[in-house]
Write a new protein. Structure first.
Length: 754
C-alpha cells in the first residue's frame, strides 16, 4: 500500500455546533436527519448519504473523496478533532480525518486502513507529502470494527490517537485553511458516527462567573435610548407581510413571520459612530415567541454591504456577519450556561472593543473573545432572524477611551467628495426630458476618507463601500430640479445639480404607438415550479400562485388576450422547451412576448452560468437543468418586436449585457420603435423565499399603474427600492439587456386596456 492519490472532490458545508454543553465545543455533527447539512450526493466519483445516524461515504475510483466544513479554530489554543469510522467494504485504502484544509490540493489528513495501518500525510499544491508513512498499529480494530480517530494539538505538537492510544506525534503541521472533515480513499465505503472539534485548554476568562461590564467605564456616551419614544433614528420600520415593528411600554419589538432571513433596525445616518475607538454596546432582550433555534440580538459595524451580529438562540450564542445577504460564521453556535433559558426571561448582551480585541458578554459573564475586525460601517442596532417575536428594553453605545482632539495645522480634511452621475446621462445643469414618473439615478461618489452617505432630493441612496450609489426619485409633471449631496467620513459635503423635465406623452405619439401595437399581439409564457421530484431540492409555496397572479394582472389591465397567455405549473424540462417551441411558432415580427419564471435557480460561479430548475431537475445532474445559454438561444431565435424576461430566482447578472440598466430616459415612441430583449430579475439570492417581495411589488405596480404606456424600465424603477428596503433576504433586483440576443435599445411597453 504505497500510493497516495490526490483528491478530486471537496464539498464544503457550513454548519452550526449543536448538542453538547461544553463551552469549548466548536463543532459537533452526529449525522442525524435533523442535521442534514451533509446531504445525500452521488456522481461518477462518489456517493454519500445519511443513514442510521451515520454519514456513509463511498468513493468509486482510485483517488479520494472528502466531505468537510469550514471551522475557524484559534490555533494559539490546544484543540482536538475526533470521529469514529467503520470500514464497510472495498479496497485497502485510507479512511479518516482531514484538517487544516483549503481545497482538494492543499490539506492534511490522518487515516487508517482496515488491515491495520495508519498514515499522516498532506497534499500540497496537489503533490503528495508523507509525514508519517504507513505504520502497522495494534491499536487499530481490524476488518469492519469501529475505530475512534483523534488528532490533538498539544502546545507545539500534533498527537494522533487510535482508540484512545497515542500512535504518533509530529510538529505542528502547516495550515492551509480552516476546512475539517472526513476522507475515504480508493474504491471503498466507510461510515462515520460523528465529527467533533473542541478546544482542550479552557481560557481562564471563559470559566470566570463574575466578569462584570461596568458602565461607569464609559468616558463618553455616544448614544442611548430606553425606547420610551421613537427618536430621530426611526426604530419602527415600515410594516411588510413578514415583518412588523413597534414601540410600546418602553420596549422595541420586532415580530417576524418569514421562515428565513433577518430584519435589522439600526441607528440613523446622523448618528456617527467610530468603531476604531474603544467602545461598549449593550442591550437587554426578551424572546416572546417563535422558533427557538434562530438568532436575535445586537448588530454592529454595519453598512449597506456588511452587518456583524452577536446573536442568542435557545441557550446558544454565535458571532458572525452577513455580507451581501450571505451569512458567514466567525464563532459557531456554542452553548453557554450564562444564558437565561426560562420563558420570557431577559438576557443582557454586551460587546466591548478594547486592547485590539472584541469581547462578548452575556448577562455580565464573558462568553468569548475575537480579534478586532476592520471597521467599515458607522451604524449599530438590533436584529431578529426567522419567525420570532423579540423585544429590546434599551440600547446603549459608549466610548471607553478619550477622543483625540489633536489637530495638525494644515492637515484638516476640507475637500468635498467628487460626484459622477452615470444614469441618467447628463452634464451639470442640462435639462433632460422624460415621460416616466420615477427617475433611476446611479453614480459614484469618491473621497479619500470614504463616503458616509449620498442623498438625492432628500431621499437616502443605497451606497456600497466603493461609493457606488443608486436611488429612485419620483418625478412631477414639468420641471424637476435635482440635487445630489454626498457626505464624506469627515462630514464634508459635495453637491451635484441637474434638471429633469417630465412631459406627458403627446397625443400624436400615443396614436402612433397604439397603431403600431394594433398590428401585433401580446403573448405571455408564465412558469411556476414549486414541487420537485428530487427530494434534496426544497419545495416552495408561492411560485404557481405568483404566476397566476401575474396572469390576472396582465389579462385584466393590459392588452394581453387570455388565449395568448400560457400558464405552466410544475413543468418538466421537456414541457418547458415544448412550450417555447409552441410560442415561437406563433409569434411574428410585430408581436411582443413576456416570459416569466418563479422557482429555484442556481448560479455556477466557476462556469459563469445561471440555471433554472424544472420540476424534474436532478441536483446532481446539470443536463436536467435549464441554462442561461439555452434561454438566450431561444430568445434570440424568437422573432418578436419585444421580449421581456422576468425571473424570480437566483440568476445573478450572467444573462445581462450589463449588471443593471444604465441608459438615458428616452421617448416612449422611440422605445417601442426599436427592438428589445430585456430582463428583470429578483436578485442574486441562492433560493427564492416562500413569500416573494419582488413579486408582491411587481404585481402591485402593474395593478396600480394609471399610465396608458408603461415601459418595463419604468415599471422596474417604480418598485426596485421597495424590494430592497422590505426584503428579508436583502434582494437587489436587476434590470438590463440580455446579452447577445439582438437588443437594439428599445423597451417592452405594457399598454393599458381602454
Amino acid at each position: 500500500m504505497n500510493t497516495i492519490y490526490k483528491m478530486l472532490i471537496v464539498i464544503f458545508v457550513c454548519l452550526h455546533a449543536v448538542g453538547l454543553n461544553a463551552q469549548n465545543l466548536l463543532y459537533y455533527n452526529n449525522f442525524t436527519v435533523a442535521q442534514a447539512g451533509w446531504r445525500d450526493f452521488e456522481d461518477d466519483l462518489s456517493k454519500s448519504r445519511i443513514s442510521g445516524s451515520q454519514y456513509i461515504l463511498t468513493h468509486k475510483q482510485h483517488s479520494s473523496s472528502v466531505m468537510s466544513s469550514i471551522i475557524p479554530v484559534d490555533y494559539s489554543r490546544n484543540f482536538a478533532i475526533e470521529t469514529t469510522v467503520t470500514h464497510l467494504d472495498g479496497d485497502n485504502f485510507p479512511i479518516g480525518i482531514t484538517f487544516q484544509g483549503q481545497d482538494s490540493f492543499n490539506l492534511n489528513y490522518f487515516a487508517i486502513s482496515h488491515t491495520g495501518q495508519f498514515i499522516v500525510a498532506a497534499f500540497e499544491q496537489g503533490t503528495s507529502k508523507i509525514i508519517v508513512n504507513y505504520t502497522v498499529s495494534s491499536a487499530i480494530h481490524p476488518g469492519s470494527e469501529a475505530n475512534k480517530l483523534r488528532v490533538e494539538k498539544s502546545d507545539n505538537q500534533f498527537k494522533y490517537f487510535i482508540n484512545n492510544t497515542e500512535v504518533a506525534h509530529t510538529a505542528v503541521l502547516q495550515r492551509y485553511g480552516d476546512a475539517i472533515g472526513v476522507l475515504v480513499g480508493g474504491q471503498q465505503t466507510a461510515a462515520f458516527d460523528y465529527l467533533k472539534v473542541a478546544y482542550t485548554n479552557p481560557v481562564v476568562n471563559h470559566i470566570e462567573k463574575a466578569v462584570k461590564v461596568v458602565n461607569t467605564d464609559i468616558t463618553e456616551m455616544a448614544y442611548h435610548t430606553d425606547f420610551e419614544h421613537d427618536d430621530e433614528n426611526e426604530w419602527v420600520l415600515p410594516p411588510t407581510d413578514s415583518v412588523k415593528t413597534a414601540l410600546a411600554n418602553g420596549r422595541f419589538t420586532i415580530s417576524r413571520s418569514a421562515k428565513g432571513g433577518f430584519t435589522a433596525s439600526v441607528t440613523g445616518l446622523n448618528t456617527k459612530i467610530d468603531f476604531h475607538r474603544d467602545y461598549l454596546i449593550e442591550t437587554s432582550a426578551i424572546h416572546y415567541s417563535g422558533t427557538l433555534n434562530y438568532g436575535y440580538g445586537l448588530d454592529f459595524d454595519t453598512d449597506s454591504i456588511r452587518q456583524y451580529h452577536f446573536w442568542l438562540a435557545s441557550g446558544y450564542y454565535s458571532i458572525g456577519y452577513t455580507h451581501n445577504g450571505v451569512y458567514n460564521s466567525m464563532i459557531p453556535w456554542t452553548e453557554s450556561d450564562a444564558i437565561n433559558k426560562t420563558a420570557l426571561s431577559a438576557n443582557k448582551l454586551s460587546i466591548m472593543h478594547k486592547g485590539g480585541q472584541l469581547s462578548f458578554y452575556i448577562n455580565d459573564q464573558l462568553a468569548t473573545t475575537y480579534p478586532e475586525t476592520k471597521p467599515t460601517g458607522h451604524r449599530f442596532g438590533l436584529s431578529v432572524s426567522a419567525n420570532q417575536k423579540v423585544s429590546f428594553k434599551y440600547l446603549t453605545y459608549g466610548y471607553l477611551d478619550k477622543a483625540s482632539h489633536i489637530e495638525v495645522p494644515g492637515q484638516a480634511d476640507v475637500t468635498p467628495p467628487e460626484i459622477t452621475v452615470i444614469s441618467p446621462q447628463v452634464t451639470r445643469g442640462l435639462k433632460v426630458v422624460q415621460s416616466s414618473d420615477v427617475l433611476h439615478v446611479a453614480g459614484i461618489a469618491k473621497d479619500a476618507s470614504g463616503i458616509f452617505s449620498v442623498v438625492v432630493n432628500g431621499i437616502q441612496a443605497t451606497v456600497d463601500k466603493s461609493g457606488n450609489f443608486i436611488v429612485d426619485v419620483p418625478m412631477a409633471l414639468g420641471d424637476n430640479p435635482l440635487m445630489i449631496v454626498a457626505t464624506d467620513m469627515n462630514m464634508n459635503k459635495g453637491t451635484y445639480k441637474f434638471n429633469i423635465v417630465r412631459n406627458n406623452v403627446p397625443v400624436s405619439a400615443q396614436a402612433t404607438i397604439t397603431q403600431a401595437a394594433s398590428h401585433g399581439k401580446f403573448y405571455a409564457l408564465l412558469i411556476g415550479v414549486q414541487d420537485y421530484k428530487d427530494q434534496t431540492i426544497q419545495s416552495l409555496e408561492g411560485p404557481i400562485g405568483d404566476a397566476t397572479t401575474l396572469l390576472q394582472a396582465l389579462a385584466s389591465h393590459y392588452t394581453f388576450q387570455s388565449e395568448d397567455i400560457t400558464l405552466l405549473k410544475n413543468p418538466t424540462r421537456a414541457d418547458f422547451f415544448h412550450a417555447l417551441d409552441e410560442v415561437s411558432g406563433k409569434i411574428k415580427s410585430e408581436d411582443n412576448l413576456v416570459i416569466f419564471y418563479a422557482g429555484h435557480g442556481f448560479y455556477d460561479e466557476g462556469r459563469h452560468q445561471g440555471y433554472w430548475f424544472p420540476a424534474d431537475a436532478d441536483r446532481q445532474h446539470r443536463d436536467t437543468w435549464i441554462s442561461n445559454a439555452d434561454l438566450i438561444d431561444y430568445i434570440t431565435a424568437i422573432k418578436s418586436k419585444h421580449t421581456l424576461l422576468i425571473s424570480d430566482a437566483c440568476f445573478s447578472g450572467s444573462i445581462f449585457k450589463t449588471r443593471s440598466i444604465e441608459m438615458a430616459p428616452k421617448d416612449i415612441q422611440e422605445l417601442y420603435k426599436l427592438p428589445s430583449r430585456k430582463a428583470m430579475t429578483s436578485g442574486n439570492m441562492k433560493e427564492v423565499p416562500d413569500k416573494s417581495v419582488f413579486m408582491h411589488y411587481l404585481v402591485e405596480r402593474l395593478n396600480q399603474n394609471t399610465d396608458k404606456f408603461l415601459p418595463a424600465e419604468q415599471l422596474f424603477s417604480s418598485f426596485r427600492a421597495a424590494v430592497i428596503n422590505n426584503s428579508p433576504n436583502q434582494q437587489i433586483p436587476q434590470f438590463g439587456e440580455i446579452r447577445e440576443s439582438g437588443d437594439e435599445g428599445g423597451d417592452f411597453i405594457f399598454i393599458k386596456k381602454e
